[in-house]
Design a protein. Structure first.
Length: 157
């Protein structure tokens, strides 16, 4: 299995684990979470799925083109906007209903305020995991009936 498919599968599993079974059965994302760093918008899984394209090669290319690049040991502050159906925007970066996770927690860490840090986790002894150049973070927002989700690729270079 290629790393992109593996990362997407891990992201889905993590999202499922972090969300109750009842919530998954009842809730589907109904809001767009737009993720940016220093004014540059990075489109992720949510935007790609909205295209309706089932082509896995196109998905990989789309996600590669929209990857956040971090230097080894580098950090990036995410900005997350909740985009309403009417186009209105609300910054939810620091909202208590916004949650972050590093799917590839062997090479990335993400804080509760959206700071992504590249670091090798010593708990993972496999060199290929610790030294992986590909990563993924997920962000989700859930408040009342509003649910937004996105997964963004990270390349360490």
């Amino acid at each position: 299995m290629n790393s992109g498919k593996h990362i997407a599968l891990v992201a889905l599993a993590l999202f499922a684990a972090l969300t109750s079974a009842d919530a998954i059965a009842q809730d589907t994302p109904n809001a767009v979470l737009e993720v940016s760093v220093n004014g540059t918008v990075y489109k992720g899984q949510a935007e790609y799925e909205a295209t309706g394209s089932p082509d896995s090669a196109a998905a990989m290319e789309f996600l590669r083109q929209n990857s956040i690049h971090l230097l080894p040991g580098g950090t990036a502050q995410l900005k997350v906007d909740l985009v309403g159906a009417d186009g209105s925007r609300t910054d939810v970066t620091d909202d208590t209903d916004t949650h972050y996770a590093a799917v590839t927690n062997w090479n990335l860490d993400v804080s509760a305020t959206g700071v992504v840090t590249q670091r090798a986790d010593p708990k993972y002894s496999a060199a290929n995991a610790k030294n992986s150049k590909d990563g993924q973070i997920i962000v989700w927002y859930k408040k009342g009936t509003t649910l937004g989700f996105n997964a963004i690729e990270v390349i360490i270079d």
